[in-house]
Design a protein around this ligand. Structure first.
Ligand SMILES: Cc1ncc(COP(=O)(O)O)c(C=O)c1O
Length: 389
């Protein structure tokens, strides 16, 4: 007889479903009723709240982390032929943003345990054309920013942090996103604070924030942001050829309330994280290593490695088996050179970054949303036990 799944199909556990509360819904309704849906006072409030939460100098809200990365690189003044060193264990958006900024991405392998950029590998890739390092705080674990910062300083490189996973992350008492020249955040639906789609750039320098603000709205002068305010019509001037990367008040309405619960949600995910660690300790899986001393992990992704020989099934068979139990799972990420576009364009081979290749072929992300009930968490554990136990 066929085994009963841990959950029934009508209770499929959606991977990364966000925790939405009534106050979030009411704020969105308020925006809808006010008639002010586009960029306006709620975006300004969300920017200020996020800036204060991160103790940053400047914050500019944009339409996505991809936009945040793109505009940071333009504000940094990257030029065609410039090289940006980054990780192969990331979402394609990190690489695409470098390409859209006109620069050339260069991959350095990750550390086998932390899964973050290995500074020794970064150093090997520095050439006379290198202009920037783009670390991704993978899964919410801060990168070795002392070592990367030292490399940047000695080679006069710009540091752009991809903080898509790292809203709550800290490194030696400093907040992720304020350690480099630019910090880029995502509020995509699976992230720790969501606006549906959305992003934020933190900058150290006021000029960079001002340039990003202009670039994010068609290249229109700063006053253009006020042209639909109750201060009356304002003429604007286009001062460069920008993009349509602004955030809407409808999106910020969600973000304002999400941000207020960011620490409560972080504690809930930490609890789930610890429950998984103890429940899976004896299973033939590789679990995440503990957070490094002096750092705070944002707990955005809980990833396990499924090594076929040890686990008795392949990673892809594990994904299928979890789905058959009606538990949603994810893969973060197949290493970048596994994708044909990058192989063809840059001549990369997965074998060139062996740690990222192995992780990308073995990794599985399990549900880790603050929305999960204790029962959901126990269902995930039961399904994993049945699949590899
Ligand atoms: C590491 C990383 N960088 C960049 C992005 C792009 O973020 P967004 O979807 O907000 O553009 C993501 C999104 O999943 C990501 O995980």
């Amino acid at each position: 007889m066929k085994e009963q799944p841990v959950r029934s199909k009508d209770r499929f556990l959606v991977f990364g479903a966000p925790a939405i509360e009534e106050e979030d819904i009411q704020e969105v309704v308020d925006s809808l009723r006010s008639g002010w849906l586009g960029t306006g006072p709620k975006v300004a409030r969300f920017e200020e709240d996020f800036r204060a939460y991160k103790s940053a100098a400047h914050a500019v809200a944009v339409s996505s982390c991809t936009a945040a990365l793109h505009l940071s690189m333009l504000a940094a003044g990257l030029e065609p032929g410039d090289e940006v060193i980054t990780t192969p264990l990331t979402f394609c958006a990190t690489i695409n943003a470098i390409v859209h900024a006109g620069a050339r991405p260069v991959l350095a392998d990750v550390d086998a345990e932390t899964m973050n950029l290995d500074p020794a590998e970064v150093e090997k890739k520095i050439t006379s054309k290198t202009r920037a390092i783009l670390p991704v705080h993978f899964a919410g674990r801060p990168c070795d920013m002392d070592a990367l910062g030292a490399l940047a300083e000695s080679h006069q490189l710009i540091v752009i942090e991809d903080c898509a996973h790292a809203i709550e992350a800290e490194y030696k008492g400093r907040k992720a996103g304020t350690l480099g020249d630019f910090g880029c955040f995502s509020f995509y639906v699976t992230k720790n604070v969501i606006t549906g789609e959305g992003g934020m750039v933190l900058t150290r320098r006021e000029e960079d924030a001002a340039r990003i603000k202009i670039l994010a709205l068609h290249g229109m002068s700063k006053d253009a942001w006020k042209r639909f305010s109750d201060e009356g019509y304002k003429h604007y001037h286009v001062v460069e050829c920008g993009f349509k990367y602004n955030m809407m008040d409808l999106q910020a309405a969600l973000g304002i309330h999400q941000l207020r619960r960011v620490e409560t949600n972080w504690r809930r995910r930490q609890q789930i994280w610890e429950r998984y660690n103890s429940a899976f300790a004896a299973l033939p899986l590789t679990l995440p290593v503990p957070a490094e001393a002096g750092t705070r992990h944002a707990h955005q992704l809980y990833t396990v490695l499924v090594e076929e020989q040890r686990a008795g099934l392949s990673r892809d068979a594990f994904l299928d088996a979890m789905t058959a139990h009606n538990i949603g799972v994810g893969v973060h990420y197949q290493s970048i050179p596994e994708h044909p576009y990058y192989r063809d364009r840059f001549g990369w081979k997965a074998e060139d970054c062996p740690n990222a290749m192995r992780i990308g072929r073995q990794t599985v992300s399990l549900p880790l949303s603050a929305k999960l009930t204790d029962e959901d968490v126990e269902d995930v554990i039961e399904a994993v036990r049945r699949v590899v136990g």
